[in-house]
Design a protein around this ligand. Structure first.
Ligand code: ADP
Ligand code: MG
Length: 240
């Protein structure tokens, strides 16, 4: 589903991503962990074309997203993104936030978009909040709306960038539950998170990023029980 080859990204002289190869299979859940500033968000943002890679190739579902002819809206509908800060439009209701993409990008008729939006809000447990504005929702509810919004374009993969990091601890669980449900349904997911419990339970593969490189990757059991990289051992010791 995703094939990243020798991805490099520089901001000016700062080399942030230093040659990453990452393949994600259909239905796979890949969790990325690593210290702040190691380039985790930048990689997700390159996949979604929010950043332009300096070099390398990224192919999503057979489409070379680096090809200047590839439509950016198409790339973003293939690879949905969920951000730490939700990024909902404050002047739109939950339902309007969810239906905006289908209406604008997919030119879906309003009635169809509304019924799709209601189905997705129901899926994340928020059908009753369809008419609420973001400032009337808790952080966990906002993030669940953001997940419904990402699903609305029927993406091939969803990229989650620390989706629970901005939440009060008691609200983390409801968002992780929705993510687990998606994983069980076979959604292809790349998740940057510090939630090690989620990684252990849901990930097919866990990747440790440090200094712009993949330093270690393994299935979760081995990854946490037998970390080989010293900085990973150190990191696990700090966050668990
Ligand atoms: P992480 O998500 O792992 O915390 P990021 O991918 O956000 O790391 O950032 C990696 C590095 O790239 C950091 O040093 C950060 O300051 C730098 N960086 C990220 N975005 C930009 C940008 N738009 N301009 C300049 N530097 C950036
Ligand atoms: Mg980040």
């Amino acid at each position: 589903m995703i094939k990243i080859t020798n991805l490099c990204k520089k901001f000016g002289d700062l080399e942030v991503i230093r040659g990453i190869d990452l393949h994600v299979k259909t239905g796979e859940v890949v969790v990325i962990i690593g210290p702040s500033g190691s380039g985790k968000s930048t990689v997700l943002r390159c996949i979604n074309k929010l950043e332009q890679p300096t070099s390398g190739t990224i192919v999503v579902d057979g489409h070379d997203i680096m090809d200047p002819k590839t439509d950016i809206n198409y790339v973003r509908s293939e690879a949905g993104m969920v951000f730490q800060q939700f990024n909902l439009f404050p002047h739109m209701t939950a339902l309007e936030n969810v239906t905006l993409g289908p209406v604008k990008v997919r030119k879906m008729p309003r009635l169809d978009a509304d019924s799709l939006g209601m189905r997705l809000l129901d899926k994340v447990g928020l059908a009753s909040k369809a008419s609420a504005y973001p400032n009337q929702l808790s952080g966990g509810q906002k993030q669940r709306v953001a997940i419904a919004r990402a699903l609305a374009l029927q993406p091939k993969v969803i990229l989650f960038d620390e989706p629970t990091s901005a939440l009060d601890p008691e609200l983390v669980g409801e968002v992780l539950e929705v993510m687990k449900k998606l994983a069980r349904e076979g959604m292809t997911m790349v998740v940057v998170t510090h939630e090690m419990g989620f990684a252990k339970e849901v990930a097919d593969r866990v990747i440790f990023f440090d200094q712009g490189r993949i330093q270690e990757e393994n299935e979760p059991k081995q990854f946490f029980a037998n970390p080989k990289n010293e900085r990973l051992r150190d990191f696990i010791g700090k966050v668990v």
